[in-house]
Design a binder for this molecule. Structure first.
Ligand code: SF4
Length: 266
């Protein structure tokens, strides 16, 4: 499917939960957040119907996000259900890696192709400070488990303040070089002020060639991360929600006053 700016839309990012086991300082307040009500969260069957429709319209790239997708009960079953849909060429997940040691092999066996793991430093104290609770040794174990399971490529999402030349980013880059991992530098974003930039090592943030839509855990199709436009699949039906989202996808991102990263999945 193409939008009115002739951009080919073939990528659907699916946030399966707004819950997370970490409290990263640039994503979630320390005290946590008011979570979505269970009744508002899409069931697996509903997510599968959305993916089937999206694939029938030309989507061939799917990414599972959160919150943290690996805190979602039955996540391996959902991966298996989505992997059974013909037409998905690229099936990935973005995770903080804390539970990857436990799930990597099951995810690979269920049909997941690859993972992006969030890691902004290799310093255990700094990692705990950034995530407010995280144990970095769990992430390192998760990376090893992902390698062993054959998830490939393994990309590291490294959030930087200003540039990839920051000491922590250089350390993470060195880790990636020594472990055959691909690094992506993500400048810290702000939905309210609309500050974002192109992901270094990816195409996220490059509005002129934007190829994505997002599905939130409560069923909103979002045409753009930096916009408050949302079209709910339960209210409008899947087909209409997609048609509105594609029809109203903005030329470029602006601001999103009503959104939070933890419930969209970046
Ligand atoms: S800001 Fe919106 S249009 Fe730009 S790349 Fe992100 S999602 Fe696409």
């Amino acid at each position: 499917m193409y939008d009115r700016f002739n951009r080919k839309i073939n990528y659907l990012r699916i946030s399966v939960t707004d819950r997370c086991n970490l409290r990263c300082v640039y994503c979630m307040p320390a005290e946590g957040v008011e979570l979505m009500q269970h009744k508002d969260i899409l069931r697996f069957e509903e997510i599968v119907e959305v993916v089937k429709y999206a694939v029938s319209q030309g989507v061939d790239k799917i990414r599972i996000t959160g919150g943290e997708p690996l805190v979602k009960k039955g996540i391996v079953d959902l991966i298996r259900m989505i992997a059974e849909i013909d037409g998905i060429k690229d099936f990935g997940m973005t995770t903080n890696g804390i539970f990857l040691d436990k799930y990597a092999q099951q995810l690979a066996d269920a049909g997941l192709h690859r993972v992006n793991i969030s890691l902004d430093t290799i310093n255990p104290e700094k990692y705990r400070k950034i995530t407010r609770t995280g144990d970095i040794t769990q992430v390192f174990k998760g990376i090893e488990a992902a390698k062993k399971a054959g998830l490939n490529p393994i990309k590291i999402n490294c959030v930087v303040q200003k540039s990839f030349d920051e000491p922590d980013a250089r350390d993470v880059a060195e880790l990636c070089k020594n472990n055959n991992l691909q690094i992506r530098y993500i400048n810290e974003m702000n939905l309210e002020t609309g500050s974002f930039s192109v992901v270094n090592g990816g195409i996220g943030g490059n509005c002129s060639i934007c190829n994505r839509l997002r599905l939130t855990a409560n069923g909103d199709i979002m045409p753009c991360l930096f916009s408050d436009l949302r079209f709910n699949v339960r209210e409008l039906g899947i087909e209409k929600a997609f048609k509105f989202a594609i029809g109203e996808k903005p030329k470029s991102g602006h601001v999103a006053k009503k959104s939070q990263f933890y419930s969209i999945g970046g």
